[in-house]
Design a binder for this molecule. Structure first.
Ligand SMILES: [Zn+2]
Length: 116
């Protein structure tokens, strides 16, 4: 399952960045592109599973979607892509380029500072 290896990559990145604060992790916010081929639910449960194995079972995981845009070469408009259709929503043309929607971004993390 490729969501699982993506989740491992995310957790490894967080460990690198947060160091010992990783164990105080409270919340993760991710942005996942609509064209990244990632199933949000699968990624969510993979992250939960890995965090639990690290002893972190109360981390809030928020995943938001970044829509890919189709930049039309006919009418120059940028419209949201809804796979499997890669066409301009304005004029229906299939001539154009794709912008965004492919990346997985760690947008924000929150750690407990030890105080309650
Ligand atoms: Zn168009």
């Amino acid at each position: 399952m490729h969501e699982y290896s993506i989740a491992i990559g995310i957790i490894d990145t967080l460990k690198d960045v947060l160091k010992e604060e990783f164990l105080c992790l409270n919340k993760i916010e991710l942005t996942v592109g609509s064209l990244s081929g990632v199933y949000f639910e699968a990624l969510h449960s993979a992250l939960e599973l890995i965090l639990e194995s690290e002893g972190l079972d109360n981390v809030t995981i928020n995943i938001s979607e970044e829509k890919g845009l189709f930049i039309c070469s006919e009418c120059q408009k940028a419209t949201e892509i809804e796979p499997p259709l890669f066409i301009c929503k304005e004029c229906g043309s299939s001539r154009g380029k794709i912008s965004g929607g492919k990346k997985i971004i760690i947008k924000a993390v929150e750690v407990n500072d030890g105080k309650i």
